[in-house]
Ligand binder design. Structure first.
Ligand code: ZN
Ligand code: ZN
Length: 241
């Protein structure tokens, strides 16, 4: 008996919708048929993005599925009529989020495509959708991967140690060794400063792209638009007064 693949394909996730929407904008709502080479290219990339799902599901993100998704997106396009409903509300959310910010969307799409060069740990396609991930999951994973890259982090810490003789948080100056004694020796987190939409162009080995932060400030900086260090420092100094 040969194994049969599951028929019902999983819902499209943020990254996939971002790639489809980028193509939708570039096609200007035209040429939405599966003979278009761009449609074929997108289908191939989506299968590369989800190698596990591609094996499990029949016709996973094939050219038909891509053209249908372009129609689903058109359904939410405020300047066009027609299209097909049924794609899910995330289609509409992402379309409206980037409707007037197509360059940003294109940069994100390029970053996602570029991230295919990196073998990242697999994560399930449909863990619960959250709105904060509108910039795409894969790039967040790439960001985390860079921050946990042991070699680079060690290099960054060594450089900081050589320069300042201690490892202090760049935002609040917390020094783990000073506070915890030997337990805190060599302890600090590394934050990768390059915005997600620029990750596709970044050279990943530049120590200047890293920032040393205490665990609290690292959590906080990720709540700030573009992870702006100056905004975080300002927040700390305002709260202190
Ligand atoms: Zn701090
Ligand atoms: Zn970070």
């Amino acid at each position: 008996m040969t194994a049969t693949k599951a028929k019902r394909n999983p819902r499209w996730n943020n990254d996939e919708i971002i790639l489809a929407l980028d193509l939708y904008f570039r096609l200007n709502g035209k040429a939405e048929d599966d003979s278009n080479p761009e449609v074929k290219m997108l289908s191939d990339r989506l299968q590369l993005l989800s190698p596990v799902e591609s094996k499990i599901y029949e016709k996973f993100r094939n050219t038909n599925a891509v053209t249908l998704k372009l129609q689903n997106l058109r359904h939410y396009d405020p300047e066009r009529s027609g299209g097909m409903p049924g794609g899910g509300k995330l289609d509409g959310e992402i379309l409206l989020r980037y409707y007037n910010d197509r360059e940003q969307l294109h940069a994100l799409a390029n970053s996602i495509i570029r991230s295919l060069d990196y073998k990242l740990p697999e994560s399930p396609l449909n863990n619960d959708e959250d709105a904060s991930a509108l910039e795409g999951r894969r790039l967040e994973r790439l960001h985390t991967y860079l921050e946990r890259n042991k070699k680079l982090v060690a290099k960054k810490k060594a450089a900081e140690m050589a320069k300042h003789g201690k490892l202090a948080c760049a935002a609040c100056e917390f020094d783990f060794q000073h506070f915890y004694g030997p337990l805190g020796h060599d302890f600090i987190e590394c934050h990768h400063k390059v915005p997600l939409s620029q990750l596709g162009k970044a050279v990943f080995t530049r120590l200047d792209d890293y920032l040393l932060l205490c665990a609290n400030c690292h959590r906080m900086i990720h709540k700030i638009k573009n992870c702006d260090l100056e905004v975080l420092k300002k927040a700390i100094s305002v709260a202190k007064t």
